[in-house]
Design a protein around this ligand. Structure first.
Ligand code: ADP
Length: 381
């Protein structure tokens, strides 16, 4: 292997994001996004990938460039089969396809991205990095739902967890911020983007996370409900006459902050709260209540917590959410410093008081860097 660059591809259901990273000097020579796949000039994922290849070639950074060492693909669901970054072969593509029933919205786009990229550069090593992989260390007691074991196993019903690349990166970066080895640090990571999830990481290994079989479980999100009594689904079906697909859409797309107040963007919710909007205030209160509940639960899971780390769009940019979510947690040794919390910065930083027993941190996530590093490590091993 000669090159030092990794092309990271994130093929979503309606967009392809790409970033070219140079692992030798840390630079990022190119990045971009092809959106609205299927809605106009970009007919499908194959066309989107070709556009990515053309955009790169136009900048002299084409897929045929000798600098390119590998392509790293984000793959959402690895099931129980994939627990590590994996060199892609025909067999691996087939296994990822077999996981489509577990992630019908995501894995098909991921697979297409892989197939097209391989057809464009068949000789180049390509690596799949799974969103579920970091959570594969979660013990059985936390990963299993308390339902009939044979049924659960037959249909693969268990906690897989998602956003793993981010939780891995942020938990490590938090240890670094504290000047300690990841193996010595217990961290609660709160990834609060449009999707949101919490994880408990003990000494660098994930032991619990809030998303489950799918990304629907856990925290209140932009448009997803998070935790709900599963019997609400039977009720909506039997009494409300809703179909399975309608309930799926309700809980994934018309719930969370959007369902509660009509807005899923925390900036807009903050603005409305400033005007005394009660629906926006209630949505915010439900959002931070759920966060506090998870921090309490994960404190009990970990026993000793060294840090709570906020990341992703809301976690990195909303002092109001951070302050409200940590309020009243003094008994857990958690104390946020108002001045530090209000400071804007793009760097990892502490927002807890000097006296706080638990470090509270804002740690910008970098999933592309994590995917590129894992890819590069694998192909240069
Ligand atoms: P995704 O899950 O799509 O990757 P991000 O991590 O980029 O999302 O987070 C997007 C969300 O971050 C937006 O919906 C918005 O609620 C929130 N956000 C972004 N900037 C700010 C800000 N300055 N203040 C509050 N919330 C913000």
């Amino acid at each position: 292997m000669n090159g030092s660059r990794v092309l990271v591809l994130n093929s979503g259901s309606s967009s392809v994001k790409y970033q070219l990273l140079d692992m030798a000097d840390g630079s990022r020579p190119a990045s971009g996004i092809v959106e609205r796949i299927g809605e106009g000039p970009v007919a499908d994922h194959a066309a989107a990938l070709k556009q990515v290849a053309d955009e790169l070639a136009a900048e002299g950074l084409g897929l045929d460039s000798p600098e390119l060492a590998a392509v790293g693909h984000r793959v959402v669901h690895g099931g129980t089969r994939f627990t590590e970054p994996t060199l892609i072969t025909d067999e691996v593509v087939g296994e990822i396809e077999k996981l489509i029933p577990l992630a019908p919205l995501h894995n098909p786009a991921n697979v297409t991205g892989i197939k097209v990229a391989r057809s464009l550069r068949p000789d180049l090593p390509q690596v799949a990095v799974f969103d579920t992989a970091f959570h594969s260390t979660i013990p059985e007691a936390a990963a299993r739902y308390a339902i009939d074991v044979a049924t659960a196993d037959r249909w693969g019903v268990r906690r897989y967890g998602f956003h793993g690349t981010s939780h891995a990166y942020v938990s490590r970066a938090t240890a670094e911020l504290l000047g300690r080895e990841p193996a010595e640090v217990n961290t609660i990571v709160l990834h609060l983007g449009n999707g949101a999830s919490a994880s408990a990481v003990r000494g660098g290994r994930c032991v619990e996370t809030s998303m489950g079989l799918t990304p629907l479980e856990g925290l209140v999100m932009g448009t997803r409900s998070g935790d709900i009594d599963p019997a609400a689904i039977f009720h909506l079906s039997r009494v409300g006459g809703m179909s399975t697909d309608e309930i799926d859409t309700l809980l994934n797309k018309r719930s969370g902050l959007a369902g509660l107040c009509g807005d899923n963007d925390m900036r807009e919710i903050g603005r409305r709260m400033g005007e005394g909007d009660r629906a926006a205030q209630l949505a915010f209160d439900i959002y931070v209540h759920r966060l506090r509940k998870y921090v309490g639960a994960y404190t009990a899971v970990l026993g000793r917590v060294d840090a709570v780390a906020f990341t992703a769009g809301v976690g990195e940019n909303s002092p109001a959410v951070r302050e409200a979510a940590m309020r009243g947690l003094g008994a857990f040794g958690i104390e946020v410093d108002g001045v530090r919390n209000a400071l804007r910065s793009a760097s990892a930083r502490l927002i807890s008081t000097e006296a706080s027993r638990v470090a509270v941190a804002v740690v910008p996530t970098d999933e592309e860097l994590e995917i590129a590093s894992q890819t590069f490590d694998l192909v240069s091993a």
